[in-house]
Design a protein around this ligand. Structure first.
Ligand SMILES: *Cc1c(COP(=O)(O)O)cnc(C)c1O
Length: 365
């Protein structure tokens, strides 16, 4: 079976380096908020082109902590997309704010600026962009829109490690970027992890306090925070895996390029490739098909695993039936949800694997 992710196929040299990093942490006798986390934070901030990175427990917490650090909460509205991991929206709710869902552009499945504009109200405080599938597009347009509307631009970068637009990396455009290091992400830990990146020293300070019970100095709590810290062990492993990230991203791009060149089936459409080849980091490679479920079954029979990102848009989730949305509805999202299919696109795929996936898709009728 060609899997969506294949961690067991990772290079032996990576495994050896991870074991050495884990051994270093075990011998240090220091497991939470120490040198490994500090080094990772500095390294990750530099890679994102920002001055601060704050390691936290996971990507969802990074979004919530950022909102709370900005003072966005009760009664405030945050516009975001229904075509995302549920965590994007849950983080807004957990911060006490009100999520408002705008529709997507069907070509990219990213937020549609026209729909976002329809969602803006006097209570709107922010737009949370999600760089879905690893794409970054039209950041100039979003910066202008948010500036004119006097609302904050926030970035959910959980799928877009090192994605860039005009040479600047994801997370460096908004007031903050929220990263997840869940194992399946392009930069993944061997467990949960996350980080908030920003250039605002005051915001970074507040986030640092919030991740650790709202503690300023030991046993003093000026705020009611969370317990959301990045472990030393995960930080040490992330430092190792970060050395592989560029090479792994390059391999994802090669796989994607082969798909764009090789998939030739009138009933299967690849999602649009970006104009700037370096901007997309292909966290996921998504095709659209009217007979999506039949295509998934066909691929399984050919030994190809697939997943759907995402089959249930946020406004169809049982937990939030009353969620606010674009008054014109979310038709593009609903169409995307029944047509999208993610096919394997990860760094451990061989050329033969890629060819097998292409042949299987082209054989679908
Ligand atoms: C994975 C993901 C998250 C949540 O990250 P966790 O680390 O699992 O909390 C948030 N947003 C998007 C777009 C994601 O893909």
């Amino acid at each position: 079976m060609i899997l969506m992710n294949d961690f067991r196929a990772e290079p032996e040299t990576l495994r050896v380096a991870e074991l050495a990093a884990a051994d270093r942490v075990l011998r240090s006798g220091w497991y939470v908020l120490g040198n490994e986390v500090r080094t990772f934070e500095q390294t990750w901030a530099r890679r994102c082109g920002v001055s601060h990175a704050i390691g936290v427990g996971n990507g969802m917490d990074a979004i919530e902590i950022g909102l709370r650090a900005l003072g966005i909460g009760r009664g405030d509205e945050v516009i975001t997309t229904p075509m995302t991991a549920f965590a994007s929206v849950l983080a807004v709710i957990r911060a006490g704010a009100v999520p408002v869902l705008a529709d997507i552009d069907p070509r990219t499945a990213l937020l549609d600026p026209a729909s976002v504009e329809r969602c803006i109200s006097p209570r709107t405080k922010a737009v949370l962009l999600v760089h879905l599938y690893g794409q970054m597009r039209a950041m100039d347009r979003w910066m202008t829109l948010c500036k004119h509307a006097e609302i904050a631009l926030l970035e959910d970068c959980a799928q877009s490690h090192l994605a860039s637009w005009n040479g600047a990396v994801a997370g460096s455009f908004g007031r903050y970027g929220a990263y997840s290091f869940y194992p399946t992400k392009n930069l993944g830990a061997l467990g949960d992890g996350g980080a908030l990146v920003c250039t605002d020293a005051g915001l970074a300070q507040r986030a640092t306090v919030l991740r650790n019970y709202g503690q300023s100095v030991r046993y003093h709590h000026p705020e009611l925070g969370l317990n959301s810290r990045l472990d030393e062990l995960q930080a040490a492993l992330l430092l190792v895996r970060l050395e592989w990230l560029e090479g792994f991203t390059e391999r994802r791009r090669q796989v994607a390029e082969a798909y764009h060149a090789g998939i030739r089936n009138p009933v299967v459409r690849c999602m649009a490739a970006p104009a700037q080849a370096q901007s997309h980091v292909y966290h996921l490679f998504v095709v659209l098909c009217e007979q999506r479920d039949q295509l998934a079954r066909h691929l399984r029979e050919f030994g190809v695993e697939t997943l759907v990102h995402y089959p249930v848009p946020v406004h169809f989730q049982e937990a939030c039936p009353e969620i606010r949305r674009d008054p014109k509805g979310l038709a593009a999202t609903e169409r995307h949800a029944v047509q999208c299919l993610s096919i394997p696109c990860h760094p451990q795929m061989s050329d033969a694997d890629v060819a097998r996936v292409i042949d299987a898709i082209n054989a679908f009728k």
